[in-house]
Write a protein that binds this ligand. Structure first.
Ligand code: ADQ
Length: 456
Protein backbone atom coordinates (compact mmCIF):
# COMPACT_ATOMS: atom_id res chain seq x y z
CA UNK A 1 0.00 0.00 0.00
CA UNK A 2 1.36 3.49 -0.80
CA UNK A 3 2.34 5.55 2.24
CA UNK A 4 -0.45 8.05 3.11
CA UNK A 5 0.55 11.61 2.16
CA UNK A 6 1.58 14.07 4.88
CA UNK A 7 -1.03 16.69 5.73
CA UNK A 8 -0.91 20.29 6.87
CA UNK A 9 -3.74 21.37 9.18
CA UNK A 10 -4.51 25.08 9.41
CA UNK A 11 -6.74 26.10 12.30
CA UNK A 12 -7.19 29.13 14.51
CA UNK A 13 -5.66 27.33 17.52
CA UNK A 14 -2.68 25.01 17.87
CA UNK A 15 -3.36 21.46 19.12
CA UNK A 16 -0.96 21.66 22.10
CA UNK A 17 -0.05 24.08 24.87
CA UNK A 18 2.94 24.29 27.12
CA UNK A 19 2.61 23.05 30.69
CA UNK A 20 5.91 23.50 32.54
CA UNK A 21 8.53 21.99 30.26
CA UNK A 22 6.09 19.64 28.49
CA UNK A 23 3.52 20.07 25.75
CA UNK A 24 -0.02 18.89 26.45
CA UNK A 25 -2.68 18.23 23.81
CA UNK A 26 -5.70 20.53 24.02
CA UNK A 27 -9.04 18.88 24.62
CA UNK A 28 -11.43 19.17 21.70
CA UNK A 29 -12.91 17.34 18.77
CA UNK A 30 -10.53 18.61 16.12
CA UNK A 31 -7.43 17.63 18.06
CA UNK A 32 -8.88 14.18 18.81
CA UNK A 33 -9.65 13.66 15.12
CA UNK A 34 -6.56 15.03 13.47
CA UNK A 35 -3.61 14.47 15.78
CA UNK A 36 -3.73 10.67 15.23
CA UNK A 37 -3.74 11.25 11.45
CA UNK A 38 -0.79 13.65 11.77
CA UNK A 39 1.09 11.19 13.98
CA UNK A 40 0.93 8.49 11.31
CA UNK A 41 1.23 10.62 8.18
CA UNK A 42 3.53 13.41 9.39
CA UNK A 43 3.08 17.01 8.26
CA UNK A 44 2.35 20.15 10.21
CA UNK A 45 -0.25 22.08 12.20
CA UNK A 46 -0.35 25.82 11.62
CA UNK A 47 -2.19 27.84 14.29
CA UNK A 48 -2.24 30.59 16.86
CA UNK A 49 -0.68 29.78 20.23
CA UNK A 50 -3.52 31.53 22.11
CA UNK A 51 -1.44 34.36 23.51
CA UNK A 52 -0.39 37.67 21.99
CA UNK A 53 2.86 37.54 23.94
CA UNK A 54 4.01 34.08 23.02
CA UNK A 55 6.92 34.12 20.64
CA UNK A 56 6.95 30.34 20.44
CA UNK A 57 9.24 29.02 17.73
CA UNK A 58 8.21 26.15 15.48
CA UNK A 59 8.97 22.76 17.00
CA UNK A 60 8.56 19.06 16.38
CA UNK A 61 5.77 17.31 18.30
CA UNK A 62 5.56 13.53 17.92
CA UNK A 63 5.94 13.05 14.20
CA UNK A 64 4.85 16.45 12.93
CA UNK A 65 5.72 20.12 13.01
CA UNK A 66 3.94 22.75 15.09
CA UNK A 67 4.04 26.10 13.30
CA UNK A 68 2.84 28.94 15.53
CA UNK A 69 1.40 32.08 13.92
CA UNK A 70 1.86 35.25 15.93
CA UNK A 71 -1.14 37.56 16.37
CA UNK A 72 -0.76 40.90 18.19
CA UNK A 73 -3.17 42.19 20.84
CA UNK A 74 -4.70 44.73 18.42
CA UNK A 75 -5.10 42.07 15.72
CA UNK A 76 -6.81 39.66 18.13
CA UNK A 77 -9.36 42.39 18.78
CA UNK A 78 -10.14 43.06 15.10
CA UNK A 79 -9.64 39.59 13.64
CA UNK A 80 -11.02 37.44 16.46
CA UNK A 81 -13.24 39.37 18.91
CA UNK A 82 -14.74 41.67 16.28
CA UNK A 83 -14.89 40.39 12.69
CA UNK A 84 -14.97 36.68 13.58
CA UNK A 85 -17.20 36.86 16.64
CA UNK A 86 -19.33 40.00 16.17
CA UNK A 87 -19.84 39.82 12.41
CA UNK A 88 -19.39 36.29 11.06
CA UNK A 89 -20.54 34.23 14.07
CA UNK A 90 -23.98 35.90 14.46
CA UNK A 91 -24.50 36.24 10.70
CA UNK A 92 -23.73 32.56 10.07
CA UNK A 93 -26.11 31.58 12.89
CA UNK A 94 -29.19 33.03 11.20
CA UNK A 95 -28.46 36.52 12.58
CA UNK A 96 -29.78 35.49 16.01
CA UNK A 97 -27.97 38.59 17.24
CA UNK A 98 -27.60 41.50 14.85
CA UNK A 99 -24.22 41.18 13.16
CA UNK A 100 -22.11 44.32 13.16
CA UNK A 101 -20.30 45.47 10.03
CA UNK A 102 -17.37 47.75 10.79
CA UNK A 103 -14.85 48.43 8.05
CA UNK A 104 -11.99 48.84 10.49
CA UNK A 105 -12.38 45.14 11.49
CA UNK A 106 -11.94 43.81 7.98
CA UNK A 107 -8.28 44.79 7.58
CA UNK A 108 -7.00 42.76 10.55
CA UNK A 109 -9.04 39.78 9.26
CA UNK A 110 -7.26 40.04 5.88
CA UNK A 111 -3.83 40.59 7.46
CA UNK A 112 -4.13 37.63 9.85
CA UNK A 113 -5.49 35.33 7.11
CA UNK A 114 -2.55 36.33 4.94
CA UNK A 115 -0.10 35.52 7.71
CA UNK A 116 -1.66 32.06 8.12
CA UNK A 117 -1.45 31.49 4.34
CA UNK A 118 2.23 32.51 4.27
CA UNK A 119 3.13 30.28 7.22
CA UNK A 120 1.28 27.40 5.54
CA UNK A 121 2.98 27.97 2.17
CA UNK A 122 6.35 27.78 3.91
CA UNK A 123 5.78 24.40 5.60
CA UNK A 124 3.77 22.49 2.98
CA UNK A 125 5.76 19.91 0.98
CA UNK A 126 5.55 19.84 -2.84
CA UNK A 127 2.12 18.58 -3.99
CA UNK A 128 1.08 18.42 -0.32
CA UNK A 129 -2.42 18.29 1.14
CA UNK A 130 -3.62 21.27 3.18
CA UNK A 131 -6.79 21.27 5.26
CA UNK A 132 -8.01 24.70 6.47
CA UNK A 133 -10.62 24.99 9.23
CA UNK A 134 -13.47 27.31 10.08
CA UNK A 135 -14.87 30.81 9.73
CA UNK A 136 -11.81 32.61 11.04
CA UNK A 137 -9.74 31.55 8.04
CA UNK A 138 -12.02 31.79 5.01
CA UNK A 139 -9.53 33.81 2.92
CA UNK A 140 -6.67 31.34 3.39
CA UNK A 141 -7.55 28.93 0.53
CA UNK A 142 -7.29 31.54 -2.26
CA UNK A 143 -4.29 33.28 -0.67
CA UNK A 144 -2.48 29.97 -0.34
CA UNK A 145 -3.33 28.93 -3.91
CA UNK A 146 -1.77 32.15 -5.22
CA UNK A 147 1.44 31.32 -3.33
CA UNK A 148 1.45 27.55 -3.89
CA UNK A 149 -0.50 26.44 -6.98
CA UNK A 150 0.96 22.91 -6.63
CA UNK A 151 -0.91 21.94 -3.43
CA UNK A 152 -4.38 20.45 -2.90
CA UNK A 153 -6.45 22.60 -0.56
CA UNK A 154 -9.47 21.58 1.49
CA UNK A 155 -11.65 23.81 3.66
CA UNK A 156 -14.14 22.73 6.32
CA UNK A 157 -16.65 25.08 7.95
CA UNK A 158 -17.62 23.99 11.47
CA UNK A 159 -20.50 26.46 11.75
CA UNK A 160 -23.56 26.73 9.49
CA UNK A 161 -23.36 28.57 6.16
CA UNK A 162 -26.36 30.93 6.10
CA UNK A 163 -29.04 31.13 3.41
CA UNK A 164 -27.89 33.34 0.54
CA UNK A 165 -30.25 36.23 1.45
CA UNK A 166 -28.53 36.52 4.84
CA UNK A 167 -25.04 36.00 3.48
CA UNK A 168 -25.77 38.88 1.12
CA UNK A 169 -25.66 41.31 4.08
CA UNK A 170 -21.92 40.89 4.34
CA UNK A 171 -20.11 43.90 2.82
CA UNK A 172 -17.17 41.60 1.97
CA UNK A 173 -19.26 38.75 0.57
CA UNK A 174 -17.39 38.55 -2.75
CA UNK A 175 -14.03 38.43 -0.97
CA UNK A 176 -15.16 35.61 1.32
CA UNK A 177 -16.54 33.59 -1.59
CA UNK A 178 -13.38 34.04 -3.62
CA UNK A 179 -11.36 33.05 -0.57
CA UNK A 180 -13.27 29.79 -0.15
CA UNK A 181 -13.34 29.03 -3.87
CA UNK A 182 -9.54 28.85 -3.73
CA UNK A 183 -10.03 25.36 -2.23
CA UNK A 184 -10.43 22.11 -4.20
CA UNK A 185 -12.91 20.75 -1.67
CA UNK A 186 -15.21 22.93 0.45
CA UNK A 187 -16.90 20.89 3.18
CA UNK A 188 -19.87 21.68 5.41
CA UNK A 189 -21.68 20.01 8.31
CA UNK A 190 -24.96 19.59 6.41
CA UNK A 191 -26.25 19.43 2.85
CA UNK A 192 -28.30 22.56 3.50
CA UNK A 193 -25.14 24.53 4.34
CA UNK A 194 -23.37 23.16 1.24
CA UNK A 195 -26.33 24.18 -0.91
CA UNK A 196 -26.46 27.66 0.65
CA UNK A 197 -22.79 28.13 -0.22
CA UNK A 198 -23.13 26.96 -3.83
CA UNK A 199 -26.11 29.24 -4.36
CA UNK A 200 -24.33 32.24 -2.84
CA UNK A 201 -21.27 31.50 -5.00
CA UNK A 202 -23.36 31.38 -8.19
CA UNK A 203 -25.20 34.54 -7.21
CA UNK A 204 -22.37 36.73 -5.92
CA UNK A 205 -19.27 35.45 -7.72
CA UNK A 206 -18.58 34.45 -11.33
CA UNK A 207 -18.52 30.74 -10.30
CA UNK A 208 -20.87 28.45 -12.23
CA UNK A 209 -22.01 24.89 -11.76
CA UNK A 210 -24.23 22.74 -9.59
CA UNK A 211 -24.83 22.51 -5.85
CA UNK A 212 -22.09 19.87 -5.58
CA UNK A 213 -19.53 21.09 -8.10
CA UNK A 214 -18.58 24.64 -9.03
CA UNK A 215 -16.33 25.84 -11.82
CA UNK A 216 -14.07 28.68 -10.86
CA UNK A 217 -11.03 29.98 -12.73
CA UNK A 218 -10.97 26.82 -14.89
CA UNK A 219 -10.83 24.61 -11.79
CA UNK A 220 -13.44 22.30 -10.31
CA UNK A 221 -14.42 22.94 -6.69
CA UNK A 222 -16.15 20.06 -4.93
CA UNK A 223 -18.84 21.17 -2.48
CA UNK A 224 -20.23 18.55 -0.08
CA UNK A 225 -21.33 17.80 3.47
CA UNK A 226 -19.05 15.92 5.87
CA UNK A 227 -20.89 15.82 9.22
CA UNK A 228 -18.31 15.90 12.03
CA UNK A 229 -18.51 13.31 14.80
CA UNK A 230 -16.86 12.19 18.05
CA UNK A 231 -14.52 9.51 19.34
CA UNK A 232 -17.39 7.12 20.10
CA UNK A 233 -15.27 4.46 21.80
CA UNK A 234 -13.56 6.96 24.07
CA UNK A 235 -16.90 8.23 25.44
CA UNK A 236 -18.40 4.74 25.68
CA UNK A 237 -15.35 3.51 27.64
CA UNK A 238 -15.02 6.63 29.81
CA UNK A 239 -18.63 6.32 30.98
CA UNK A 240 -18.19 2.64 31.83
CA UNK A 241 -15.17 2.93 34.17
CA UNK A 242 -15.72 2.13 37.86
CA UNK A 243 -14.95 5.79 38.72
CA UNK A 244 -17.55 7.11 36.25
CA UNK A 245 -20.10 4.62 37.57
CA UNK A 246 -19.36 5.71 41.14
CA UNK A 247 -19.48 9.42 40.24
CA UNK A 248 -22.78 9.01 38.40
CA UNK A 249 -24.36 7.16 41.34
CA UNK A 250 -23.05 9.80 43.76
CA UNK A 251 -24.48 12.59 41.62
CA UNK A 252 -27.89 10.92 41.52
CA UNK A 253 -27.91 10.59 45.32
CA UNK A 254 -26.80 14.17 45.83
CA UNK A 255 -29.55 15.71 43.69
CA UNK A 256 -32.12 13.53 45.44
CA UNK A 257 -32.47 9.78 44.91
CA UNK A 258 -35.24 8.94 42.46
CA UNK A 259 -35.40 12.39 40.88
CA UNK A 260 -35.15 12.42 37.10
CA UNK A 261 -32.13 14.37 35.88
CA UNK A 262 -32.45 16.75 32.92
CA UNK A 263 -28.97 17.68 31.71
CA UNK A 264 -27.62 20.34 29.36
CA UNK A 265 -23.96 21.00 28.50
CA UNK A 266 -22.93 24.00 26.42
CA UNK A 267 -20.54 26.83 25.92
CA UNK A 268 -22.25 29.93 27.32
CA UNK A 269 -23.31 31.16 23.89
CA UNK A 270 -26.51 32.84 22.70
CA UNK A 271 -26.79 30.32 19.85
CA UNK A 272 -27.25 27.45 22.32
CA UNK A 273 -30.75 28.47 23.46
CA UNK A 274 -30.00 28.06 27.18
CA UNK A 275 -32.51 30.72 28.24
CA UNK A 276 -35.37 29.28 26.18
CA UNK A 277 -34.88 25.77 27.55
CA UNK A 278 -34.92 27.13 31.10
CA UNK A 279 -38.21 28.85 30.26
CA UNK A 280 -39.53 25.53 28.95
CA UNK A 281 -38.50 23.75 32.15
CA UNK A 282 -40.22 26.50 34.14
CA UNK A 283 -43.35 26.15 31.98
CA UNK A 284 -43.39 22.40 32.70
CA UNK A 285 -43.12 22.97 36.47
CA UNK A 286 -45.85 25.61 36.34
CA UNK A 287 -48.18 23.15 34.64
CA UNK A 288 -47.45 20.36 37.09
CA UNK A 289 -45.96 21.57 40.34
CA UNK A 290 -45.46 18.03 41.60
CA UNK A 291 -42.74 17.59 38.97
CA UNK A 292 -40.55 19.91 41.05
CA UNK A 293 -40.18 16.98 43.46
CA UNK A 294 -39.59 14.45 40.72
CA UNK A 295 -37.18 16.35 38.44
CA UNK A 296 -34.03 18.39 38.57
CA UNK A 297 -32.29 20.37 35.84
CA UNK A 298 -28.49 20.50 35.64
CA UNK A 299 -27.02 23.12 33.32
CA UNK A 300 -23.26 22.99 32.76
CA UNK A 301 -22.17 26.12 30.90
CA UNK A 302 -18.53 26.91 30.21
CA UNK A 303 -17.63 30.63 30.01
CA UNK A 304 -16.96 31.78 26.48
CA UNK A 305 -15.98 35.00 24.65
CA UNK A 306 -16.66 37.16 27.70
CA UNK A 307 -15.12 40.33 26.21
CA UNK A 308 -18.00 40.36 23.69
CA UNK A 309 -20.92 42.39 25.09
CA UNK A 310 -23.71 40.03 23.91
CA UNK A 311 -22.12 37.18 25.86
CA UNK A 312 -22.03 39.16 29.10
CA UNK A 313 -25.71 40.07 28.59
CA UNK A 314 -26.66 36.48 27.89
CA UNK A 315 -24.97 35.36 31.09
CA UNK A 316 -26.95 37.85 33.18
CA UNK A 317 -30.21 36.71 31.59
CA UNK A 318 -29.48 33.03 32.27
CA UNK A 319 -28.45 33.67 35.86
CA UNK A 320 -31.63 35.67 36.48
CA UNK A 321 -33.74 32.85 35.09
CA UNK A 322 -31.97 30.24 37.24
CA UNK A 323 -32.63 32.44 40.28
CA UNK A 324 -36.27 32.96 39.32
CA UNK A 325 -36.98 29.24 38.87
CA UNK A 326 -35.19 28.29 42.07
CA UNK A 327 -36.94 31.10 43.93
CA UNK A 328 -40.28 29.70 42.84
CA UNK A 329 -39.81 25.92 42.96
CA UNK A 330 -36.88 24.94 45.21
CA UNK A 331 -37.21 23.68 48.78
CA UNK A 332 -34.50 23.31 51.43
CA UNK A 333 -32.28 20.46 50.21
CA UNK A 334 -34.17 20.18 46.93
CA UNK A 335 -32.94 22.61 44.30
CA UNK A 336 -34.72 22.76 40.94
CA UNK A 337 -31.93 24.07 38.71
CA UNK A 338 -28.24 23.39 39.34
CA UNK A 339 -26.17 25.81 37.30
CA UNK A 340 -22.44 25.36 36.90
CA UNK A 341 -20.66 28.16 35.07
CA UNK A 342 -17.40 26.34 34.42
CA UNK A 343 -15.86 23.90 32.00
CA UNK A 344 -15.77 20.23 32.99
CA UNK A 345 -13.15 17.70 31.94
CA UNK A 346 -14.22 15.11 29.38
CA UNK A 347 -14.10 12.46 32.12
CA UNK A 348 -16.44 14.49 34.34
CA UNK A 349 -18.79 15.07 31.42
CA UNK A 350 -18.88 11.33 30.76
CA UNK A 351 -20.16 10.62 34.28
CA UNK A 352 -22.76 13.41 34.07
CA UNK A 353 -23.97 12.05 30.72
CA UNK A 354 -24.17 8.64 32.34
CA UNK A 355 -26.24 9.98 35.26
CA UNK A 356 -28.74 11.91 33.12
CA UNK A 357 -32.24 10.66 32.30
CA UNK A 358 -33.06 13.29 29.70
CA UNK A 359 -30.43 15.16 27.70
CA UNK A 360 -31.59 18.55 26.46
CA UNK A 361 -29.74 19.90 23.42
CA UNK A 362 -31.73 22.83 22.06
CA UNK A 363 -29.60 25.34 20.15
CA UNK A 364 -31.33 27.97 18.02
CA UNK A 365 -28.78 27.16 15.33
CA UNK A 366 -25.69 24.93 15.55
CA UNK A 367 -23.31 23.65 12.89
CA UNK A 368 -23.42 20.14 14.35
CA UNK A 369 -23.43 19.93 18.20
CA UNK A 370 -21.15 17.23 19.52
CA UNK A 371 -22.71 17.13 22.98
CA UNK A 372 -25.71 15.26 21.55
CA UNK A 373 -23.42 12.61 20.05
CA UNK A 374 -21.30 12.35 23.21
CA UNK A 375 -24.39 11.68 25.32
CA UNK A 376 -25.53 8.93 22.98
CA UNK A 377 -22.08 7.28 23.05
CA UNK A 378 -22.15 6.98 26.86
CA UNK A 379 -25.51 5.12 27.00
CA UNK A 380 -24.22 1.56 26.66
CA UNK A 381 -27.31 0.27 28.53
CA UNK A 382 -29.63 1.96 25.96
CA UNK A 383 -31.35 4.03 28.66
CA UNK A 384 -31.88 7.79 28.46
CA UNK A 385 -33.74 10.10 26.11
CA UNK A 386 -32.29 12.80 23.86
CA UNK A 387 -34.33 15.95 23.19
CA UNK A 388 -32.75 17.70 20.20
CA UNK A 389 -33.34 20.95 18.35
CA UNK A 390 -34.26 20.65 14.70
CA UNK A 391 -31.79 23.51 14.09
CA UNK A 392 -28.69 21.57 15.15
CA UNK A 393 -26.81 19.91 12.30
CA UNK A 394 -26.93 16.74 14.42
CA UNK A 395 -30.71 16.52 13.90
CA UNK A 396 -30.08 15.39 10.27
CA UNK A 397 -28.49 12.18 11.58
CA UNK A 398 -30.01 11.70 15.06
CA UNK A 399 -33.55 11.28 13.85
CA UNK A 400 -34.62 9.01 16.70
CA UNK A 401 -34.23 11.86 19.21
CA UNK A 402 -37.33 13.78 20.31
CA UNK A 403 -36.99 16.68 17.87
CA UNK A 404 -38.13 20.14 19.03
CA UNK A 405 -38.37 23.72 17.84
CA UNK A 406 -36.44 25.65 20.51
CA UNK A 407 -38.50 28.80 19.99
CA UNK A 408 -41.70 26.97 20.87
CA UNK A 409 -41.54 27.08 24.68
CA UNK A 410 -44.82 25.23 25.27
CA UNK A 411 -43.89 22.65 22.62
CA UNK A 412 -40.58 22.08 24.38
CA UNK A 413 -42.34 21.71 27.73
CA UNK A 414 -44.54 19.04 26.06
CA UNK A 415 -41.40 17.30 24.77
CA UNK A 416 -39.84 17.33 28.26
CA UNK A 417 -42.95 15.68 29.67
CA UNK A 418 -43.02 13.21 26.80
CA UNK A 419 -39.39 12.31 27.53
CA UNK A 420 -40.31 11.55 31.16
CA UNK A 421 -43.15 9.25 30.19
CA UNK A 422 -41.69 7.57 27.10
CA UNK A 423 -42.27 3.80 27.41
CA UNK A 424 -39.03 2.00 28.25
CA UNK A 425 -39.09 -0.20 25.17
CA UNK A 426 -39.56 2.80 22.89
CA UNK A 427 -36.70 4.68 24.60
CA UNK A 428 -34.40 1.64 24.27
CA UNK A 429 -35.19 1.22 20.61
CA UNK A 430 -34.52 4.87 19.87
CA UNK A 431 -31.23 4.81 21.77
CA UNK A 432 -30.10 1.64 19.99
CA UNK A 433 -30.60 3.31 16.60
CA UNK A 434 -28.91 6.54 17.73
CA UNK A 435 -25.90 4.62 19.00
CA UNK A 436 -25.53 2.71 15.76
CA UNK A 437 -25.58 5.96 13.78
CA UNK A 438 -22.83 7.58 15.88
CA UNK A 439 -20.71 4.43 16.21
CA UNK A 440 -20.70 3.86 12.44
CA UNK A 441 -19.67 7.41 11.69
CA UNK A 442 -17.13 8.46 14.30
CA UNK A 443 -14.66 11.31 14.08
CA UNK A 444 -11.93 9.14 12.56
CA UNK A 445 -14.27 8.13 9.75
CA UNK A 446 -15.10 11.83 9.27
CA UNK A 447 -11.42 12.79 8.91
CA UNK A 448 -10.71 9.85 6.56
CA UNK A 449 -13.64 10.70 4.36
CA UNK A 450 -12.62 14.34 4.00
CA UNK A 451 -8.97 13.46 3.39
CA UNK A 452 -9.94 10.91 0.72
CA UNK A 453 -11.94 13.60 -1.09
CA UNK A 454 -9.04 16.02 -0.72
CA UNK A 455 -6.49 13.58 -2.12
CA UNK A 456 -8.73 13.47 -5.24
P1 ADQ B 1 -19.04 24.49 19.69
O1 ADQ B 1 -20.02 25.58 19.44
O2 ADQ B 1 -18.01 24.75 20.72
O3 ADQ B 1 -18.29 24.06 18.34
P2 ADQ B 1 -20.19 21.74 20.43
O4 ADQ B 1 -20.14 20.87 19.25
O5 ADQ B 1 -21.48 21.72 21.16
O6 ADQ B 1 -19.95 23.23 20.10
O7 ADQ B 1 -19.09 21.35 21.52
C1 ADQ B 1 -17.78 21.14 21.26
C2 ADQ B 1 -17.08 20.45 22.44
O8 ADQ B 1 -17.08 21.27 23.59
C3 ADQ B 1 -17.74 19.13 22.84
O9 ADQ B 1 -16.77 18.13 22.84
C4 ADQ B 1 -18.28 19.39 24.25
O10 ADQ B 1 -18.17 18.27 25.12
C5 ADQ B 1 -17.40 20.50 24.75
N1 ADQ B 1 -18.15 21.31 25.74
C6 ADQ B 1 -19.27 22.04 25.51
N2 ADQ B 1 -19.69 22.60 26.67
C7 ADQ B 1 -18.83 22.23 27.62
C8 ADQ B 1 -18.73 22.47 29.03
N3 ADQ B 1 -19.63 23.23 29.66
N4 ADQ B 1 -17.70 21.90 29.70
C9 ADQ B 1 -16.80 21.14 29.06
N5 ADQ B 1 -16.84 20.88 27.74
C10 ADQ B 1 -17.84 21.41 27.03
C11 ADQ B 1 -18.34 24.32 16.93
C12 ADQ B 1 -19.72 24.41 16.30
C13 ADQ B 1 -20.51 23.12 16.54
C14 ADQ B 1 -19.71 21.92 16.02
C15 ADQ B 1 -18.29 21.94 16.56
C16 ADQ B 1 -17.42 20.88 15.90
O11 ADQ B 1 -20.43 25.53 16.83
O12 ADQ B 1 -21.76 23.19 15.87
O13 ADQ B 1 -20.34 20.72 16.44
O14 ADQ B 1 -17.67 23.20 16.32
O15 ADQ B 1 -17.40 21.04 14.51
Amino acid sequence: MPKPRPIVIVANRLPVHRSGDRFVENAGGLVTALVPALKTRGGAWVGWSGSSRATTRPFKYENFRIQPVHISEAEIEGFYNQLSNRTLWPLYHDAIRTPEFDHSWWRPYVVVNHRFAKATAAVTPRNGLVWVHDYHLQLVPAMLRAMRPDVRIGFFLHVPFPPEELFAWLPWRERILEGLLGADVVGFQTQAAARNFSRAAREYSPAEGTDSELLWERRKVKVASYPISIDFNWFADAAATPEATREAALLRRRVGAGRKIFLSVDRLDYTKGIDLRLLAFEAMLKRRRSLANDCVFIQIASPSREPVHEYAQMRIRIEQLVGRINGEFSEPGRVSVHYFRRGFTREQLASYYRAADVMIVTPLRDGMNLVAKEFVATRSDYSGVLVLSEFAGAARELRQAIIVNPRNIEGMADAFEAALTLPKADARHRMAVLRTVVRRHDVFEWADEFLRALAG
